[in-house]
Write a protein that binds this ligand. Sequence first.
Ligand code: HEM
Ligand SMILES: *[C@@H]1O[C@H](CO)[C@@H](O)[C@H](O)[C@H]1NC(C)=O
Length: 219
Amino acid sequence: MLWTLWFGLLAALLSRTVTAQANAIYRDPDTGLVFSSNYVLYRVNQGITYRVAIPANVQTYTSYDAVIQAVIPNDVGWAGIAWAGSMPRNPLTVAWRNSQNQPVLSSRWAGGHITPQAYNNAQYTLFRTGTKSNGTHWQYTALCKGCTSWTTDTGASRFLSPRGGNRMAFAYSPNRPSSPNSPTSTIPIHDVHGYWQHDFSGAANQDFDAIVERLASGV
Ligand code: HEM
Ligand SMILES: *[C@@H]1O[C@H](CO)[C@@H](O)[C@H](O)[C@H]1NC(C)=O
């Protein structure tokens, strides 16, 4: 437990020291999208890259689609994103690989610091383009409808800013879920979690809809 705590602190500390490259603009040669990109360490010298692309000219305080791309070292069992920067009561994107080593995306919602349940208000489309792996990493690219806005317990609407920085969080486990072929599998608890500020202003794409349509058609 103490070790876990120390490890978490260390990861948090280290991720602060690499914020020099925070919110790098990444022009993805595979998909043609422009992403705002952040690298978050989950252990010494080992991190996950999270990238976000959104449409240009989105009104603030509206719901909008997002494409998420993650580059994940092969020793990661599952890795999750909390879109509003803490575990409870916001869309959680949890990813792992199935028995064929293909990425599985699981939409979750946690009522507290307890096992998250399936969440139907966010839907994912995994794109073949931008989803790949090699000897060191696996990568997924997916459209999320419902990740940038949600409803609180009291019925209020929450929206991520399409212009500025949004606090996001990640969690990591070295273990895969027990039924890796099922998106609703039980998930083992994380070893490490951390936070970063993701700048959505650098994530805007003029031709977002056309590109997403092409990616969704599998080309
Ligand atoms: C799978 C079952 C899960 C269990 C049982 C669980 C449980 C917990 C517990 C007990 C804490 C508090 C730890 C502490 O304060 O030191 C915590 C914190 C946290 N968890 Fe989870 N968790 C689970 C899954 C997830 C998932 C899928 C995410 C997705 C990103 C996540 C993100 C976080 C984050 C960011 C924190 C830090 C505290 C916060 O900002 O809310 N957890 N979790
Ligand atoms: C392995 O794949 C990842 C994810 O696509 C990529 O970022 C990395 O550059 C690749 N490494 C090599 C050596 O090709």
